[in-house]
Design a protein. Structure first.
Length: 361
């Protein structure tokens, strides 16, 4: 691990001061990231960055009307999916993601822990199910799991599936054969976020490339596992980078079944600890544009929801969000408690989404 001085020196080169970032404008060129072998031109894609930016620039009420129209057309029941996230292996990650308290590079008070056993995870999943959650996501702080780690995670997947819940995992980068092993265990979804636009990505993390993330998503798709992929806003990015993130997600072939949108939760000890909060209405705009560009996806309110308050969350649901992480913790940061969420949904007259899950494996 680097000393504190080394960490600060390193961070200064990766995290520019806010004025130098926010000075960027939508007129600056930004391009979608894709493998070199691809022959598809930017112009042929359904959502160019300019088109996404034009949506973000709409008058707020017009944007919400368009998003709500799309949402009602594709989600007439208007239900909200309830998902719970558990950190099954916390801390000690060798990556240097600037937002993450689980990085071994930063002193955030998060200690490395071993993988939870099957009994602990099953008990947590049962509690989540009893509280109304239908999807259970297991997160592990790895850069890339080893095959022996995948074998252990597969046992967790089987145990949670046996409870009748949908399963999701976020474990870092996967090789194709690892994705197949998770599919064979019954994994329904794999989460691997793009975090930001490709042009801004190296300001957030430089221990892996954007292409690494796309390669993992490709392996997950090829294995037949549904994709959960979104990003984070509030990391000092310019508006054009937010448009670039949504365009990148919307142009995946196909776009993700689940799209978690995170508002940065600044954690002391991380390079992004002093980041300015996202304007609440700007956050709602991002939810609305995600709904318009990915009409059949579950758009999830994820990290940072605790800071939004009930009124902004209600606007997010109006804009097309139809999934939330449900419970008292997101990996190692706080989240509204289940009782508070239930009261909010009751106030809004919104029903939680329930699913029947096949238990074959």
């Amino acid at each position: 691990m680097s000393t504190n001085q080394q960490t600060h020196d390193h961070d200064a080169s990766r995290y520019p001061s806010v004025p130098s970032v926010t000075g960027l404008t939508a007129e600056q060129p930004i391009f979608l990231h894709r493998p070199v072998a691809s022959s598809q031109s930017t112009e042929s894609l359904p959502w160019t960055v300019d088109k996404v930016q034009a949506l973000l620039d709409l008058p707020f009420m017009d944007l919400l009307f368009q998003a709500q129209t799309v949402h009602r057309a594709h989600w007439p029941n208007g239900d909200i999916e309830l998902a719970t996230l558990l950190s099954v292996k916390t801390g000690g990650c060798p990556e240097n993601c600037g937002y993450c308290p689980q990085s071994a590079e930063y002193d955030t008070g998060v200690k490395a822990q071993k993988l939870l056993d099957v009994e602990e995870v099953t008990a947590a999943a049962q509690a989540a199910k009893d509280a109304g959650a239908t999807r259970f996501c297991m997160g592990a702080a790895w850069r890339a799991p080893k095959d022996r780690d995948i074998e252990k995670i597969a046992k967790l997947v089987v145990a949670v599936k046996d409870l009748g819940m949908q399963t999701c995992a976020t474990l870092g980068m996967l090789s194709p054969h690892q994705a197949i092993a998770l599919r064979d265990a019954g994994l329904d979804y794999y989460n691997h976020n793009l975090d930001s636009a490709p042009e801004y990505y190296d300001q957030v993390v430089d221990t892996r490339s954007y292409q690494d993330r796309l390669d993992t998503l490709a392996a997950v798709r090829a294995a037949g596992i549904s994709v959960c992929c979104g990003g984070i806003v509030g990391m000092g990015e310019a508006p054009v980078h937010r448009a670039g993130l949504i365009a990148q997600l919307a142009n995946l072939q196909p776009y993700p079944e689940s799209v978690p949108i995170n508002s940065l939760v600044p954690v002391p000890g991380t390079p992004l600890a002093d980041s300015d909060p996202v304007d609440p209405l700007d956050f709602v705009r991002i939810i609305a544009v995600a709904r318009i560009t990915m009409p059949k996806a579950r758009v999830r309110l994820s990290a940072g929801r605790q800071q939004l308050g009930e009124a902004v969350q209600a606007l997010c649901f109006l804009a097309g969000a139809n999934s939330i992480f449900y419970g008292d913790k997101l990996l190692v940061t706080g989240n509204p408690e289940a009782d508070s969420d239930a009261r909010l949904l009751a106030k809004l007259g919104v029903n939680g989404h329930r699913v029947e899950v096949a238990q074959e494996h």
